[in-house]
Design a protein around this ligand. Sequence first.
Ligand SMILES: [Zn+2]
Length: 221
Amino acid sequence: MTRFSIAFEEAVPFAPDDTSIERSLRDPPAAAPQPVGPLAITYRIDPAKPALWMRLLVGSQPFRINSWRGYVLLGSAVLNMGLIGALGFLVYLDWSRPRPVSTADLAQLALVVALSIGLWTLSRPVRELPSRRVTLAGVSYLAISQLHGQLRAMHDSDRKVGGRVFSVVRHWGVCPVCSADVDLDEGGSAYPDRLVGRCHDSPTEHVFSFDPVTLSGSLLR
Ligand SMILES: [Zn+2]
């Protein structure tokens, strides 16, 4: 026969150890394991609808930069620069004559400055295209129905000969964190001089790099 016996032992009273509490406050628990490697994103390219003035001027299909359409497009940016110069020259001629300054003169000067800033901003996507290859198109280059789009001047897929091809497209991807759409935006002060992919649902946290050649990127923060 097997006998079982149960014994009760005096429990040690609970006495919080101050030193262990201090230690736990001083040494935070180990960080949760981080995912191996950065989260990656693959961008896709969809055709985007250009603004009416662009469709009338150069059409909506991709074309080579070294073509009459390319020269017209680059010429539009040069024309803007010329208009800014002409406006400045006219103001200089007007103000160089000695005469009392009226409030109408000041209003005219403010108008010219505003127009110059507008023209400078308008030409920015085309002006920066040779150095950046992909620039944000903005509302002045896109049809009203098109919310996101970029100007792209890259080589045809694998072919590196024959010059660059200009197109109005939308680079976009799916956020690997939350599955929302990711669209390109300026990097701002956090990522100056570069375009980044921003998630629609978390534009400040789900931020991805953007490589216009490989069409890939990784989580930046
Ligand atoms: Zn996201």
